[in-house]
Design a protein around this ligand. Structure first.
Ligand SMILES: [Zn+2]
Length: 80
Protein backbone atom coordinates (compact mmCIF):
# COMPACT_ATOMS: atom_id res chain seq x y z
CA UNK A 1 0.00 0.00 0.00
CA UNK A 2 1.30 3.42 -0.86
CA UNK A 3 0.65 6.53 1.07
CA UNK A 4 1.82 9.97 0.14
CA UNK A 5 2.74 12.09 3.12
CA UNK A 6 4.19 15.47 3.86
CA UNK A 7 7.26 15.64 6.03
CA UNK A 8 7.15 17.67 9.20
CA UNK A 9 10.93 17.78 9.20
CA UNK A 10 11.58 14.73 11.32
CA UNK A 11 11.35 12.08 8.67
CA UNK A 12 14.24 10.22 7.15
CA UNK A 13 14.36 8.47 3.85
CA UNK A 14 15.01 4.78 4.54
CA UNK A 15 16.73 4.43 1.20
CA UNK A 16 19.28 7.25 0.95
CA UNK A 17 19.11 8.06 4.68
CA UNK A 18 18.76 11.74 4.10
CA UNK A 19 16.51 13.92 6.14
CA UNK A 20 13.34 14.95 4.44
CA UNK A 21 12.75 18.59 5.28
CA UNK A 22 9.36 20.17 5.76
CA UNK A 23 7.31 20.54 3.60
CA UNK A 24 8.73 17.99 1.20
CA UNK A 25 6.58 15.04 0.29
CA UNK A 26 7.55 11.47 0.84
CA UNK A 27 6.15 8.05 0.22
CA UNK A 28 5.32 5.37 2.77
CA UNK A 29 5.17 1.91 1.30
CA UNK A 30 5.06 -1.67 2.50
CA UNK A 31 7.89 -3.74 1.16
CA UNK A 32 9.11 -7.25 1.46
CA UNK A 33 12.57 -8.17 0.18
CA UNK A 34 12.83 -4.89 -1.68
CA UNK A 35 9.58 -5.12 -3.58
CA UNK A 36 6.17 -3.72 -2.92
CA UNK A 37 4.01 -6.02 -0.83
CA UNK A 38 0.60 -6.11 0.75
CA UNK A 39 2.18 -6.63 4.10
CA UNK A 40 5.78 -6.14 5.00
CA UNK A 41 8.14 -3.56 6.33
CA UNK A 42 7.11 0.04 6.28
CA UNK A 43 9.63 1.96 4.22
CA UNK A 44 9.83 5.68 3.65
CA UNK A 45 11.12 7.13 0.43
CA UNK A 46 11.99 10.70 -0.36
CA UNK A 47 10.75 12.01 -3.68
CA UNK A 48 14.08 11.40 -5.37
CA UNK A 49 14.25 7.75 -4.34
CA UNK A 50 10.60 7.18 -5.10
CA UNK A 51 11.22 8.43 -8.62
CA UNK A 52 14.24 6.18 -9.00
CA UNK A 53 12.30 3.17 -7.79
CA UNK A 54 9.44 3.95 -10.11
CA UNK A 55 7.04 4.53 -7.25
CA UNK A 56 6.43 8.09 -8.25
CA UNK A 57 6.03 9.86 -11.52
CA UNK A 58 5.77 13.37 -12.72
CA UNK A 59 2.79 14.14 -14.80
CA UNK A 60 2.98 17.09 -17.02
CA UNK A 61 -0.13 18.87 -17.96
CA UNK A 62 -0.38 22.24 -19.57
CA UNK A 63 3.18 22.99 -18.59
CA UNK A 64 2.64 22.15 -14.95
CA UNK A 65 4.45 19.29 -13.33
CA UNK A 66 2.58 17.34 -10.72
CA UNK A 67 4.12 14.62 -8.64
CA UNK A 68 2.05 11.54 -8.11
CA UNK A 69 2.87 8.56 -5.93
CA UNK A 70 0.01 6.44 -7.05
CA UNK A 71 -0.51 4.06 -9.85
CA UNK A 72 -4.05 4.99 -10.57
CA UNK A 73 -5.11 4.87 -14.16
CA UNK A 74 -4.75 8.23 -15.75
CA UNK A 75 -7.61 10.48 -14.95
CA UNK A 76 -8.86 12.32 -17.92
CA UNK A 77 -9.31 15.94 -17.11
CA UNK A 78 -11.43 17.59 -19.69
CA UNK A 79 -10.29 21.00 -20.67
CA UNK A 80 -12.76 23.74 -20.05
ZN1 LIG B 1 15.86 9.07 -0.47
Amino acid sequence: MRRGCMSLGETKCDHCKRNIPYPERYLVIDEKDGTEAEKGDTVRYCVQCALEKGYATYKEEKGEKTLTFFTEPDVNIESK
